[in-house]
Ligand binder design. Structure first.
Ligand SMILES: [Zn+2]
Length: 386
């Protein structure tokens, strides 16, 4: 799409402008200054940036501004020149720049200002409410429109007495070990399609850059990535919906995944999708009126979930079983998930005076008694509770 190319030029130009101003004058240019110079840019480049909707153009500068801010806050790397831009955002879709309407023969159409009307397919029904933003993005050879809609607030319930709480320990071998004793085997979607991806990328590298064959092969590579992404999301949705339906409190470790994602197991960690699981759980629990809790990580693996004693000598990464002097022996991840749940309930207890019921429920649950024989990796189909 030509508009994406124009935004690429704009990004690179604005990025260079910021760099040059700093190098020559030690001056930092902000979003507002760049927006002012945008007027001049637009008048000089009527054929280029002119046909792009003005708020979309401003949003592009906003993205650059956010990229710089994230860098200065040390949560992202330094921004860079872009070889392609794959998405554009209408920041105020409610003003008529974006509209969804019924076309002929029951089809749906999306109106985008300065682009036109395009046929679309819903992947789910649009909720009632005011449309806020619309992001059009390209993944491989497919186009998506992501609409955000302002809906009425979901009433928040404070979970006074969690009847069926669960602690979840995220891992690599089994993606999740739960305090109920269940483990969910990691599906490893990326690892599975790594071979076909490698083959597709090798083919791409042998083609002349920019040629038609190169372009076609690039679409194939894009499809491979999109497939893995789709599989990962689908799996995470099914898993978290099952959890949210079955439990009224879910506790996770409060860990920062980002540094881990740069280390030795980066590929596996990205493939496991820890971040996405927690994110989905958080909003699904809110929607179902449950509670989502994150507890401090320190010591959850090394502590005995039965007597609270620390492992001596400490467990190494290779030790898959936790054996305590008190006789408690369990899969190390399940043991950790029980510690996570205990800490979460302690936290909830501090916020409320009476929690006897929770303690009773937690102690008399079947998982509380079954401590010794936990299979390490039973078949995946039986593990996932939907
Ligand atoms: Zn013990």
């Amino acid at each position: 799409m030509r508009q994406l190319d124009e935004l690429k030029f704009l990004w690179n130009y604005a990025f260079e402008q910021r760099q040059r101003a700093w190098k020559l004058k030690k001056e930092s240019i902000g979003y507002c200054t760049q927006c002012k110079s945008l007027i001049e840019w637009r008048s000089n480049d009527c054929g280029g940036i002119g046909p792009v909707y003005s708020h979309v153009v401003q949003e592009c500068l906003h993205r650059l501004d956010r990229a710089f801010k994230s860098f200065f806050m040390k949560i992202a790397r330094y921004p860079h020149f872009k070889s392609e831009v794959t998405s554009l955002t209408y920041p105020d879709a409610y003003n008529g720049s974006v509209a969804v309407y019924d076309g002929r023969n029951g089809t749906k159409r999306l109106h985008l200002s300065k682009i036109g009307d395009v046929p679309i397919q819903y992947d789910r029904q649009l909720p009632d409410g005011r449309m806020k933003t619309c992001t059009v993005k390209r993944e491989g050879d497919r186009w998506y429109a992501v609409l955000t809609v302002d809906v009425a607030d979901i009433p928040m319930f404070a979970v006074a007495r969690p009847y069926n709480p669960v602690g979840v320990d995220l891992g690599l071998g089994s993606i999740a070990a739960m305090s109920t004793g269940k483990t969910v085997r990691a599906p490893k979607f990326f690892r599975r399609s790594e071979r076909s991806l490698r083959r597709a990328q090798r083919k791409l590298s042998r083609k002349v850059k920019g040629s038609n064959r190169w372009k076609r092969q690039k679409v194939v590579v894009g499809r491979c990535h999109a497939k893995v992404k789709g599989q990962r999301r689908d799996f995470a949705h099914k898993l978290t919906t099952g959890w949210a339906n079955a439990h009224d409190l879910i506790a996770f470790e409060d860990m920062d995944v980002r540094p881990l994602g740069m280390g030795m197991h980066a590929k596996s960690i990205h493939d496991a999708g820890w971040g996405i699981l927690r994110q989905m759980c958080a909003y699904k629990m809110q929607r179902s009126g449950g509670a989502y809790v994150e507890v401090k990580t320190a010591g959850t693996t090394q502590e005995c979930s039965k007597c609270g004693r620390s492992a001596d000598p400490p467990l190494t990464l290779g030790d898959r079983f936790y054996r305590c002097l008190c006789g408690h022996a369990e899969d190390r991840d399940v043991n950790a998930s029980r510690n996570i749940l205990r800490r979460a309930l302690e936290g909830v207890r501090q916020g409320m005076p009476e929690l006897t019921r929770v303690e009773r429920v937690a102690n008399t649950s079947p998982s509380g008694r079954r401590a010794v024989s936990v299979k390490r990796e039973p078949p995946a189909a039986k593990e996932v509770a939907f």
